[in-house]
Write a protein that binds this ligand. Structure first.
Ligand SMILES: [Ca+2]
Ligand SMILES: [Ca+2]
Ligand SMILES: [Ca+2]
Ligand SMILES: [Ca+2]
Ligand SMILES: [Zn+2]
Length: 485
């Protein structure tokens, strides 16, 4: 590519050599600072300590030239430097599109999903959600240089982030497709889901947050994806915005702490919620609490955690075992955030509240399945529960109690075990992916003050529409076994 010309016009500063070629753009001689060449559109003016910086977009017949830039750096001393990053465009290039923008958008999205599938190694390969083009995202533009052509510039969103695709507006071929969002990956250390399960050892105890020899092997190195890259635990799906002892910070996104460091629980919240949102997206849902969920970590001294719908914040308590050390506590609370997002004002009746608790417990269990090697799956919050249970296995609650509506006592957590048992039975009969798609889809049809029976009916309906009669029959059976239907 013949470009990137730096012409030092008057040097108030030392001459800058950037190792760039002096091939002139568009066959023209490097421009003087006095007048800017035609076809430039001023897009930004910045001031630095030494001067002013004028940034221009190169245009051709009114269309932006991809990556074509021109900058004028005017120093306070009066000198000016030009950085000319324009590409040559043949004067006779036709700028009428043959391919309609909708067709170009379709080809661009197809290229993006093909690549997303190729990157996904797991069994859920075929449920990659389709990328969606941003509203009005296809813009005509020009590529300069030796392969100059007219293109549609299509911006799409997918699990990979924001992608820019360039589609030839004459032939329809995808010329380029690349991720332009700058999400960073970081590193962290977590429990997954918690030490009791990962070490398969019911005898482990908190020891007042000490990093004991017994607990050391439970620490696992992980990649923290979708970070904003601002050195904090903030990203696409999680924002740790307040924490006892201050927020974890790392300029190069290395968040490596053991459990006796209060920042460990911040990393847990970030990692485990990002995992659950990636899973939800893999199931095909793009609007299930699809936002950066606020968290406050270790800011509550009691042995409890909670979701506050008035502020849309999850607070993780530090009583007993720090709640943030057990992913199942995080996932349970996140379950409340999911329901509140999908059904505005959710939980306006005792049974809706019980469904909320039951769903949170179920969500903790279904998220634990891939990392638990079948260790007592229906046991909820195995690690946190070691602080307040004496019998083994240690569980706050279970999803296999066998309770039915005959056992209703009017307490949301207790009655939630009726609901979570039904969801767990659906999971066992249809498998994790189908069950979770049905359960989440059903949630979209809940009323804020729903009852067990009404919520069950819309779940059965979701099963029938997604997977047919046989699946619906199995879901019905699961609710009948709990005397809900
Ligand atoms: Ca801790
Ligand atoms: Ca606790
Ligand atoms: Ca503690
Ligand atoms: Ca568990
Ligand atoms: Zn709850």
């Amino acid at each position: 590519m013949a470009k990137r010309v730096i012409a030092v016009v008057t040097a108030g500063l030392a001459t800058v050599s950037m190792g760039l070629s002096f091939t002139s753009a568009a066959g023209a001689a490097p421009e003087s600072a006095a007048a800017s060449p035609a076809g430039l559109k001023l897009i930004k003016t910045k001031t630095s300590l030494l001067g002013k910086h004028y940034w221009y977009q190169q245009t051709f017949k009114g269309l932006p030239v991809i990556n074509g830039y021109y900058a004028k750096h005017v120093t306070k001393a009066g000198g000016a430097q030009i950085a000319d990053g324009r590409d040559a465009v043949p004067a006779n290039l036709d700028v009428t599109a043959k391919v309609p923008s909708a067709t170009a958008t379709k080809s661009a999205n197809a290229a993006v999903s093909a690549r997303a599938r190729a990157r996904m190694a797991g069994p859920e390969k075929d449920v990659t959600p389709a990328p969606t083009a941003t509203e009005g995202a296809a813009q005509l533009a020009v590529i300069g240089g030796p392969n100059a052509r007219l293109v549609w510039n299509v911006t799409s969103r997918s699990t990979q982030g924001v992608t820019r695709s360039l589609v030839d507006a004459k032939s329809g071929a995808v010329v380029e497709s690349k991720v332009i969002s700058d999400h960073a990956d970081g590193r962290g250390i977590v429990f997954d889901p918690n030490p009791i399960v990962s070490e398969r050892d019911e005898k482990l105890t908190d020891q007042n947050d000490a990093n004991t020899d017994e607990l050391f092997p439970a620490h696992k190195n992980v990649i923290l994806r979708n970070l904003a890259g601002n050195g904090k635990l903030e990203g696409t799906y999680v924002n740790v915005k307040k924490a006892k002892g201050g927020l974890a910070q790392s300029a190069n996104n290395q968040f490596l702490y053991y459990r006796d460091d209060d920042r460990f629980e911040q990393v847990m919240a970030y990692y485990q919620v990002n995992q659950t949102q990636e899973y939800i997206h893999n199931l095909g849902f793009t609007e299930v609490n699809n936002e950066s969920q606020d968290f406050e970590i270790n800011t509550y001294a009691g042995d409890n955690s909670f979701y506050d719908p008035s502020k849309d914040v999850i607070t993780m308590g530090e009583g007993g075992v720090d709640d943030g050390e057990d992913a199942e506590v995080i996932w349970h609370e996140y379950g409340h955030a999911i329901q509140d997002d999908v059904v505005p004002g959710y939980g306006e009746s005792l049974q809706a509240g019980a469904i909320g608790e039951g769903f949170g417990d179920y969500w903790a269990v279904t998220m634990s399945v891939p990392v638990s090697r079948n260790f007592d799956l229906p046991c909820v919050m195995d690690w946190d529960a070691t602080s307040y249970t004496t019998t083994e296995p240690h569980c706050l609650r279970r999803t296999d109690t066998g309770k039915t509506t005959d056992d209703i006592v009017g307490q949301v957590h207790d009655d939630g075990e009726i609901w979570s048992n039904a969801l767990w039975d659906i999971h066992k009969s249809l498998g994790r992916t189908k069950a979770d798609k049905i359960i989440l889809e059903g949630t979209f049809f809940y009323a804020p003050d729903t009852s067990f029976a009404d919520a069950a009916r819309v779940t059965v309906q979701a099963a029938r529409l997604l997977y047919g009669k046989a699946a619906a029959a199995k879901v019905t059976q699961a609710f009948q076994a709990r005397k809900i239907l």
